[in-house]
Design a protein around this ligand. Structure first.
Ligand code: K7E
Ligand code: CUA
Length: 867
């Protein structure tokens, strides 16, 4: 350390930084002393510490194990970026609490019953030519054999596929080199059908297998109808890998119960663990998925079981598509080398890793040089004839990852579960090169693209099953421990421990961050699960509440800082659907939505539309609100759902208050109501004047609206008459209520009348240029009309005349849209901000959109007299 600093100091002296460097040195030494840090610690910190705002070079997708989720973090910082909801509800993301995400989770139901958790094991990134393409992520659920597909554009799960014949799986998900298929191997043998079969039928009826899920690489969806299962004996298939380059088209799956042992500890028989590990060898399954995929197209070659095509063992064997090779005792990992030639298998109960040579395997296949057949008639290739070499690694070898020097030095890293070590060795020569201790009991290890044709090296992450004494105690259940190891030098170096309260991490995959291109926002009104416009897409001004029978549809919007509508009243027993669109375009301006006590929640990222449906089965008043602290007025971003019982008579609170009023007070109230009605009539009259002067009757749609308005208006005199009659009888209270009723009709008249006026304005205005039309659309899509209503001061200023309000108006407005913050200190803008208590947000408009909006505003100004 000292020497390093001396060097630094001389360098600093040269550039005149002596004093600050010297200060830093003494400060650093003080901290090291106080915290008991070694020079190695400081170097490790320098290699992993990522300053504020810094980015990581690699992104890791780790299985979340029993959480049924996926964890995303960066390397080398080991900072967690996201937990992706997959098989399990994830409330923050609304995953499982809005309609569209519920639909995806429902795809994962089994025989009509919900499954609300998953035991995720092996994430896999889609590949093109054997290297990660950063488009899709797949993961399996061991407990409930399913595969999920996650879209790496938004890091959201888009599909869950149930395996209809397996009762357990483990060896998935593994993409073939061009993502044609995702391989998913069974684990615990079980009958393919859904019937009872006693254990005595194990060898005859219970089965294992590998499902080849056809993958639509472009759209990121599994195509069930084009998928098939390769039937295999119930040997307890385990991990798998797809061949590449010379072994392209082949798949490799190992297993651990060649004994076909069926347990029975309760009957006094030896337990599974004894009976399943008796044989010295188990079987590596070698199969030609490419040829089998062709065979599966012919109905003669398949049985359909529970709706999926199954290729029977005999068919696979007859067509030279399925072989077995003995492998050492209870193997776990099987990993194909980057060139596809070598297949490395680790036996948990053997100290060796065995390297098979694909060329030798193919020799044996070509010559039909077999050592025999298993009881199911599958040819067995002699282990020695298929083997390249065996390396003695230590106790409990499990999984392998390749390094960048695989061509010249056979660079490979293997985890040792029992020894708690990572071993670096050479799979070409089977020589051990280096080993490093980890804490403790490593399962998988994650290299940087370490299972592709282009491994990057630099780091290995040890995914440890136990943490024991590594962290502050938090009770009997300890966190999981992901340990970052530097493999860039000759000796491996442990750099960092990351405790994770999410287990168990089985497998993780890492990809260069530069290969990922996630979106910042959705196109306005998108349903992320279809990629298309959501049926509930609503733009500002289009908000409405529609009743169809007992189903109430709320078409609403969210934009800083209001939810529109703010009042929704329904009857008890109604089905309510909130369609909500986040009008924001600003990066990270997410709103959330919940209705209290109704167990719904949605996360609305910019541009997204969600649907939230529930039965309003409880009477009462239920606030709804935005659940993301999105702005200073976030708490005010709320509304009320009012659920009333249609069979109940409610006493109006107003009445109760009125009852206590004296006659004078009542008269005052009555006059107030009348005055309110008169004022409303004035508004209506001004609208009517405009409509008449501009010959609304010439425009059929406007005429219709005016007629609607008049329908309402014509009901007013009758109510007023009733009010006067009641007044004559001295019943002031009833008179007030009739005046209120008259007011209801007046409000409806005004509402429709104003809509008619708006429409007429459109008809009368000068025709819009194409640019202005685009500008108007951009104005709406961009959510501008969430705050600005043309011709009216709303939650933002009226924009009529905005181009004339400022010197060089067009330029000024364009600059303001482009970068509002640049003008927050402009005295005029400042005054507006104070008045409206809102700042114009940056909606990230493109230059073209801004130009178009200016054209639109010009059109508005041309027609200013109409607004
Ligand atoms: Cu835990 Cu790959 Cu399921 Cu090994 S697996 S450790
Ligand atoms: Cu939107 Cu809080």
């Amino acid at each position: 350390m000292r020497r390093t600093f001396k060097r630094l100091l001389s360098l600093a002296a040269a550039v005149g930084l002596v004093s600050s460097a010297a200060v830093a040195q003494s400060e650093l030494e003080k901290i090291m002393k106080e915290r008991g840090l070694t020079q190695d610690d400081i170097l490790a910190a320098a290699k992993t510490y990522t300053p504020s705002g810094g980015r990581d070079k690699y992104i890791v997708f780790s299985s979340g194990g029993q959480s049924g989720q996926i964890m995303v973090y960066g390397v080398p910082s080991m900072r967690i970026l996201k937990f992706i909801g997959v098989f399990t509800p994830e409330p923050w993301q609304g995953w499982g609490y809005d309609d569209d995400t519920k639909k995806v989770l429902k795809e994962g139901w089994y025989r009509g019953k919900p499954i609300t958790w998953g035991d995720t094991h092996h994430p896999a990134i889609s590949e093109t030519n054997g290297v990660y393409d950063g488009k899709w992520l797949a993961i399996n659920d061991k407990a409930n054999p399913r595969i999920a597909i996650i879209d790496l554009k938004d890091f959201v799960t888009k599909q869950i596929v149930v395996n209809p014949v397996f009762k357990s799986d483990h060896g998935g998900a593994f993409f073939t080199p061009n993502s044609e298929y995702i391989l998913e191997a069974c684990q615990y043998g079980a009958p393919f059908d859904n019937e009872y079969h006693p254990m005595e039928e194990y060898a005859d009826v219970y089965r294992g297998g590998v499902t080849c899920w056809k993958f639509d690489h472009e759209n990121g969806r599994v195509i069930k109808d084009e998928s098939f299962v390769i039937e295999m004996p119930p040997y307890m298939q385990d991990l798998s890998d797809a061949g590449k380059e010379m072994s392209y088209g082949w798949g490799f799956t190992n297993s651990f119960n060649s004994e076909l042992y069926t347990g029975g500890i309760e009957k006094g028989l030896p337990p599974f663990e004894a009976g399943m590990s008796r044989n010295d060898t188990d079987y590596l399954h070698v199969y030609n998925w490419r040829k089998l995929a062709e065979l599966a197209k012919d109905p003669k070659n398949v049985k359909v079981i529970n709706g999926i095509k199954v290729i029977p063992i005999e068919v696979a064997v007859k067509n030279d598509c399925l072989f077995l090779i003995p492998e050492p005792k209870s193997p776990h990992g099987v990993d194909v080398s980057p060139d596809g030639r070598y297949i490395v298998v680790c036996g948990k109960l053997d100290t060796h890793a065995t390297v098979y040579d694909f060329k030798k395997i193919m020799e044996a296949v070509k010559n039909h040089d077999f050592a025999g057949k298993d009881p199911y008639g599958i040819p067995i290739i002699d282990m020695k004839k298929a083997m390249h070499c065996q390396a003695e690694l230590g106790l409990g070898p499990l999984h392998n990852q390749y390094g960048p020097k695989w061509k010249t030095e056979g660079e490979i890293y293997t985890s040792l579960y029992v020894d708690s070590q990572v071993v670096k060795w050479d799979y070409l020569t089977c020589e051990v090169k280096d080993r490093v201790n980890v804490n403790y009991n490593i399962g998988h290890l994650c290299g940087m693209e370490g299972k592709t044709e282009d491994p990057q090296g630099e780091y290995i992450i040890a995914l440890n099953k136990l943490a024991i004494d590594r962290f502050n105690p938090i009770g009997p259940l300890h966190p999981q421990n992901h340990q970052l190891i530097d493999i860039s030098g000759k000796k491996m170096k442990l750099l960092y421990d990351m405790p994770v309260p999410l287990g168990e991490p089985h497998q993780a995959v890492a990809i260069r961050a530069s290969k990922l291109h996630p979106e910042v926002r959705y196109p306005m009104g998108t349903n992320p699960f279809t990629g298309k416009v959501h049926e509930g897409k609503t733009l500002a001004g289009q908000e409405k509440i529609v009743r169809k029978g007992n189903h109430v549809y709320v078409y609403g919007t969210l934009v800083r800082s209001h939810i529109n509508p703010e009042h929704v009243t329904v009857n008890k027993g109604d089905i309510v659907t909130f369609y909500l669109t986040n009008l924001e375009r600003a990066e990270d301006e997410t709103h959330g939505f919940t209705v209290d006590w109704y167990n719904v929640h949605a996360s609305l990222e910019p541009g997204k539309t969600v649907a939230v449906t529930f039965k309003a089965d409880r009477e009462g008043v239920f606030p709804y609100y935005c659940t993301e602290f999105c702005s200073a007025l976030h708490l005010e971003m709320m509304g009320y759902l009012l659920v009333k019982d249609p069979n109940k008579k409610y006493k109006s609170v107003k009445k109760i208050k009125l009852k206590k009023m004296s006659k004078e007070q009542l008269m005052k109230e009555y006059k107030k109501t009348v005055a309110l009605n008169e004022a409303t009539k004035k508004v209506i009259q001004s609208v009517v004047k405009f409509l008449k002067e501009n010959h609304y009757e010439k425009y059929p749609v406007v005429k219709q609206l005016v007629e609607d308005a008049m329908d309402q208006f014509n009901k007013v005199p009758a109510e007023e008459k009733k009010a006067e009659e009641a007044l004559k009888k001295g019943d002031i209270e009833t008179a007030i209520n009739f005046q209120y009723q008259a007011w209801q009709y007046l409000v409806k008249t005004a509402d429709v009348g104003i809509r008619a006026k708006d429409l007429l304005v459109r008809k009368l205005a000068t025709p819009m240029s194409e640019a202005a039309k685009r500008g108007e659309a951009a104005f709406a899509e961009g959510g501008c009309n969430g705050c600005h209503v043309i011709g009216k001061v709303s939650s933002g200023p009226d924009l009529v005349g905005v181009l004339k309000r400022h010197e060089n108006g067009e330029k000024w407005v364009a600059e303001f849209i482009k970068n509002p913050a640049s003008k927050y200190n402009d005295p005029y803008v400042k005054a507006m901000i104070d008045y409206f208590n809102l700042r114009m947000p940056n909606q990230h408009m493109s230059d073209q959109e801004i130009k178009d909006i200016i054209e639109y505003l010009k059109w508005v100004d041309e027609n200013a007299n109409l607004f």
